[in-house]
Design a protein around this ligand. Structure first.
Ligand SMILES: [Zn+2]
Length: 470
C-alpha cells in the first residue's frame, strides 16, 4: 500500500513537465516536445507477444532468433510458461493483462460468443473491451495512475478508454498514430486504408513500425505489441517446418527493431522489455468433426447450401479442445451429448462442468459463453467446426493447431524479461501467464486488485513483489 501518495505526485510532476516542455521548447528530432504525461521519470514496460511461439523452440541451439537469444543471455527467462484454458489467443492475452484466468476475466474465444434463441452461437471479435473483459487490466491501472499507455495489435481492447496511443489490429486511417506514420514517411498513404487485405508479414512489419514510432516519439510507460505471422505460419505448415523457422527469423527481426528503438530512447535506462507468447503448437494428421457427429445423431441440421442450421446442439472448435452447447432442453440433452461424444473416435476426453474450475474454465451458469461440455482431442487429432462428411477425416497435409489443454507441454509458451528492474542471467524453470500482469504492475509500481503475485525471482529491486498485501 506504500504507493498510496504516488498518483497525485506523478500527475502534478508530469503536468509541470508538460508545461515546461510546451513553453520552453526542447523539441526532439521529430518536432514533438519531450516530457509527456507520466513519461518523464516513471519506469516503462514494453510487452511484446510473439503469437504461437512454442517454449520447446528455445531449446533448439540453431533457432534463428538472435535478438531473443541476446535478451535471454543478458536478462531473465523461463524454460516454459503455463498458459490458460482455452489455450487460444484472446483468452491468453487477456490473462497477460489482467493476471487472472478466463474463469474470472471472461474471455473464452477470439471475440465474444453471442447466443440468441433460434440461432447458432457465433463469435464476434469487434465488440468493446468493456463487453468482454470483466476485470481491471494493467493498462487500466497504469492509465489511472497517470502513466501513458499504448497498444499495437493487442486483442480484446476495442474502445478501452485507457489507452493513450493505439495502432489497432484494424488501424483507423484517421487515428493520430496512422496520420503520424504517413506524415513521417513511415507508411505510404493508402497502406492503412487497405490494411485488412494485407498479408500477415506486411502487417507485422507495419505494426512493428508503429510500435517503434510510438516508442521514439511518445515514450509510453506501457506499450503492448502483438505480432501474428508465426501463428499464421504454424497453422498452415506446422511447427518445426522450414516455413516456421523462416517466420521465427522474421518475428525476431521485428523484435530487434523494437529493442533498438528502446536502446535509442531517452527511457532506455528505465525500460523493461518483456517478450511472451500465448501458446505453443502441435501438428495433427486427422480432423475430428463433432458437428458431423451431431448431424448424424439428428441434433444439427444443414440446409441445401450446406450451412449449419439452429438445432438442438452445436460444437465450436478451439483446436485441440472444443466447446459443446446444448441449445434446447439443456438438462435432458447434456448427459446424452456426453454419452454421444465419449464413444466417438479421436476424442480422448469429455470434460463435464464439475471439472471446469480446476482447469480455469468458468461454470456455464456464470458465463453464458462457456460450453456445457469440453471435448479433448486424442493425439494427432484436432477439431474442425465442419458438419460435412465423416466424423474423422485425414488432413490433406499435417495441420498446426493449438487450444489443447494447458497441461500439455506442447502448449507451453515463452517468457523473457530484460532491462530495468530485471536480474540479469536468471533462468527459472516455470512461470505462469497469470504472473505477467502482476510483474508489470510491480515494475510500474501499480496496484491491481484482482491479480496475484509477480515473478519475484527475476525482479532485481528488493522491494519488488512485496505489494502482495494489496
Ligand atoms: Zn495465438
Amino acid at each position: 500500500m506504500k504507493r498510496i501518495h504516488r498518483l497525485p505526485i506523478s500527475v502534478s510532476a508530469a503536468a509541470a513537465l508538460l508545461l515546461v516542455a510546451t513553453h520552453a521548447g526542447a523539441p526532439d528530432r521529430t518536432g514533438t516536445p519531450q516530457g509527456k504525461p507520466g513519461a518523464a521519470n516513471s519506469p516503462a514496460v514494453v510487452l511484446v507477444s510473439l503469437d504461437g511461439f512454442p517454449a520447446a523452440a528455445l531449446a533448439d541451439p540453431d533457432l534463428p532468433a538472435p535478438a531473443l537469444r541476446a535478451l535471454i543471455a543478458s536478462g531473465a527467462s523461463a524454460k516454459g510458461m503455463t498458459g490458460v484454458n482455452p489455450a487460444v489467443t484472446w483468452p491468453t492475452h487477456t490473462t497477460f493483462v489482467t493476471g487472472v484466468l478466463p474463469d474470472v476475466h471472461g474471455v473464452l474465444f477470439n471475440g465474444l460468443l453471442i447466443r440468441q434463441p433460434g440461432a447458432l452461437p457465433r463469435i464476434e471479435p469487434w465488440r468493446d473491451k468493456a463487453e468482454m473483459v470483466r476485470v481491471e487490466t494493467v493498462y487500466d491501472a497504469a492509465f489511472r495512475a497517470g502513466l501513458s499507455t499504448a497498444q499495437v495489435d493487442w486483442v480484446a481492447i476495442q474502445n478501452p478508454g485507457t489507452i493513450t496511443w493505439d495502432f489497432a489490429e484494424r488501424p483507423d486511417p484517421k487515428g493520430s498514430i496512422a496520420r503520424e506514420l504517413i506524415a513521417a514517411g513511415l507508411a505510404a498513404p493508402g497502406v492503412i486504408d487497405r490494411f485488412a487485405k494485407m498479408n500477415i508479414v506486411a502487417k507485422d512489419q507495419t505494426w512493428t513500425t508503429a510500435a517503434v514510432h510510438i516508442i521514439e516519439r511518445h515514450q509510453p510507460n506501457l506499450l503492448m505489441l502483438h505480432l501474428l505471422a508465426l501463428d499464421s505460419t504454424h497453422h498452415r505448415y506446422g511447427p518445426g517446418t522450414p516455413a516456421a523457422y523462416a517466420t521465427i527469423g522474421f518475428v525476431d527481426a521485428q523484435l530487434a527493431r523494437v529493442i533498438e528503438a528502446v536502446r535509442r530512447s531517452p527511457m532506455k535506462d528505465r525500460t523493461t522489455v518483456m517478450v511472451v507468447s500465448d501458446h505453443g503448437f502441435k501438428t495433427a494428421t486427422r480432423s475430428i468433426r463433432p458437428n458431423a457427429i451431431l448431424r448424424r445423431a439428428g441434433l444439427l441440421q444443414v440446409d441445401d447450401a450446406g450451412r449449419n442450421m439452429p438445432g438442438d446442439a452445436f460444437v465450436i472448435s478451439e483446436g485441440g479442445t472444443a466447446m459443446v452447447y446444448a441449445l434446447e432442453n439443456r438438462e435432458r440433452l447434456v448427459p446424452k451429448l456426453a454419452q454421444l461424444f465419449r464413444g466417438a473416435p479421436g476424442i480422448a476426453r469429455v470434460l463435464e462442468p464439475a471439472e471446469f474450475a480446476a482447469l480455469g474454465y468458468p461454470a456455464p451458469d456464470r458465463n453464458a459463453q462457456m460450453g456445457d461440455l469440453v471435448l479433448v482431442a486424442a493425439d494427432d487429432h484436432s477439431f474442425s467446426g465442419s458438419a460435412d462428411g465423416d466424423d474423422v477425416v485425414d488432413n490433406p497435409q499435417p495441420a498446426g493447431f493449438h487450444g489443447a489443454l494447458n497441461t500439455d507441454p506442447a502448449m507451453d509458451s515463452i517468457f523473457v524479461a530484460w532491462g530495468y528492474g530485471i536480474r540479469p542471467g536468471v533462468r527459472v524453470e516455470r512461470v505462469s501467464a497469470v504472473q505477467v500482469a502482476p510483474t508489470i504492475a510491480a515494475l510500474l509500481d501499480l496496484r491491481m486488485s484482482a491479480a496475484g503475485a509477480p515473478i519475484d525471482a527475476i525482479l532485481s529491486a528488493p522491494d519488488k513483489g512485496r505489494r502482495r498485501d494489496r
